[in-house]
Design a protein around this ligand. Structure first.
Ligand SMILES: [Zn+2]
Length: 93
């Protein structure tokens, strides 16, 4: 999970603890409240880098709408969090 300078972003470490595995290079930790120094586990969501980039390329209201849809979709699928998804697709230890 280390970056090219050898450091690991704290958010990625915290999220790894939350989901029970290291993040892949293709994955990103998104801060739900938009505060990049709030690395509380409940504030971090696992996304693919593509999803994360698309989300951050949206501005203001469009981004809030996309985040809201994301949360509703997850709730509608009865998926409580990424740990369950990871387990479903066999990525959990
Ligand atoms: Zn983000």
């Amino acid at each position: 999970m280390a970056m090219c300078n050898g450091y690991v972003a704290r958010a990625r470490l915290v999220l790894a603890g939350k989901i029970g595995r290291n993040l892949l290079r293709s994955e990103a930790a998104h801060h739900e409240d938009g505060n990049r120094i709030n690395d509380a586990p409940d504030n971090l969501e696992l996304m693919t880098r593509g999803e994360h980039t698309r989300l951050h390329n949206l501005s203001g209201q469009a981004r809030r709408a996309a985040e809201s849809r994301w949360i509703k979709q997850r709730a509608a699928l009865s998926i409580p969090g990424v740990r369950a998804v990871s387990k479903l697709i066999g990525l959990n230890r």
